[in-house]
Design a protein around this ligand. Structure first.
Ligand code: ADP
Length: 240
């Protein structure tokens, strides 16, 4: 997010990849892609490719980490070394620790954790290909994997970003837009109760721009939620 570049990211209302300002990238979703975990999902979001696996609820070890009143939702976000242009150094870094923490908090808001004291629900997300917006794609994919695992939830979590490029507020930033744009606002909501469970901002926005970006991201998330519902219903029909 450099913001002070002359790079033309939008021209006559058309973005570099041909999208309109308020248009999402193409999104594909699939459930039950892995055999071993209780639940799994795969999401392609533009050029992002992410896979999520859910294990548990299972007893949490070491025991001192257990919560006697509820389950712990543990989220592990990892970017594969081959997911970006320059090889990414394997293993956790500050960015992945931050994304894991806030995503775990977002999912804890919807999982019926009180039903499973002393346990952990492990959510692993692997980013196989990254092209901006991976935290949103990963969290959406994780929510689908939790549903696939049959983990009781009050609501789903669905995420989408909006941001600012060449002084225009746009939905769902791509890689160049993220690199050379002015702001990025990833948002996650619970689509039924419309609570915001994750909100970050990189860059600068005026108050008006911020509320426009937030509304746009929420609208985008609701569009993604419609796709999630279709995917979940399709998977139920196949199981019957
Ligand atoms: P998000 O993927 O959620 O938008 P960031 O804004 O931190 O998160 O990253 C934007 C994009 O920058 C990522 O999707 C990825 O394409 C790229 N990126 C992030 N971290 C690295 C890294 N360590 N090496 C190379 N590219 C990276």
């Amino acid at each position: 997010m450099s913001g002070n570049t002359d790079m033309k990211l939008i021209k006559n209302g058309v973005r570099l990849d041909g999208r309109k300002p308020e248009e999402l990238r193409e999104i594909k979703m699939e459930l039950g892609v892995l055999k071993r975990p209780q639940g799994s999902a795969y999401v392609e979001w533009g050029k992002n490719k992410v896979i999520a696996a859910v294990y548990g609820p299972r007893e949490l070890h070491p025991k001192f980490m257990q919560n006697p009143t509820k389950a712990v939702v543990r989220y592990t976000y990892n970017m594969a070394p081959f997911s970006v242009d320059d090889r990414k150094r394997p293993g956790p870094d500050r960015r992945s620790v931050e994304i894991s923490k806030i995503s775990s908090e977002a999912l804890t808001a919807v999982v019926e954790t009180e039903d499973y004291p002393n346990t952990v629900i492990d959510v692993f997300v692997e980013v196989l290909q990254a092209d901006a917006g991976t935290r949103c794609a990963a969290l959406t994919c994780a929510s689908l994997a939790l549903a696939d695992a049959g983990v009781p939830m009050k609501d789903m979590v669905v995420a989408c970003a909006a941001g600012k490029i060449n002084d225009h507020i746009v939905l769902d930033l791509g890689k160049e837009e993220d690199n050379f744009g002015q702001a990025d606002v990833p948002v996650a909501i619970t689509p039924l109760s419309k609570d915001i469970v994750l909100l970050q901002m990189d860059g600068k926005l005026t108050r008006d721009e911020y509320s426009k970006a937030l509304n746009l991201a929420v609208d985008g998330a609701m569009q993604v939620y419609e796709m999630m519902k279709k995917t979940l219903i399709g998977s139920l029909n196949r199981k019957e």
